[in-house]
Ligand binder design. Sequence first.
Ligand code: ZN
Length: 227
Amino acid sequence: MQLVVRLLLGMLLAATSGAASAQAGSCNCADARDLFTRHCAARAAIQEWDRLSRHFRTSERGKGAVFGATEVKDELAQCVDERISMVRQEGPGSRVSRGETDRECNVSVQAPNKCMEGVIRHHESFHKMMCEAHNRPDAPWRQTNNPFSYLAGMVNRLATQSAIDYIAEERTAYQMEVDYTRSRLEELAGQCNEPTVFRPTQQGRGFTLQPCPSADPANYQRRCTIK
Ligand SMILES: [Zn+2]
């Protein structure tokens, strides 16, 4: 088990540095709003993942059993997507990008340009790494005597994850996205006249980011049923 953790950490570091350097410099001032919105949305998503994680930890104690990722995935996505769309509504206008990592660990990206593609690829690089670890012949989930569990794990990686595992994976991917977008915005700060994103400061550093738009979930009609 310890070996697996160390292996994953090594792969994570390799994925992080590789993706960051490959995309550096491909963003310009026209991307500042998209980067900023994505940065703030990812931070809001992390808060929501943390809230959901607390909820499931409490529920699991009450139930005395673990929730499977497949049971709750759609509900979790609903809650997080709502938080992200609140930030989008409150923030400066921005374009939508999205990505997916399929069963064979292939990443597909929908993005308006190379800069945003870099953001999405960086997020998906973590899912890709987890997917490749899952597909390894020595992956821990394969050590089962139950043919149904084995088949389920072959067909769908989520079948081998608990709700908490799933939340932790997404949280990590969003944290990588926060760091990546922050770095790209730091590179642009001082070059771009974009007052909705950059705020001039008097002392020390020349520029700083505007605070993220705050959206109070209480003011929104939520379909997320996890309270
Ligand atoms: Zn993700």
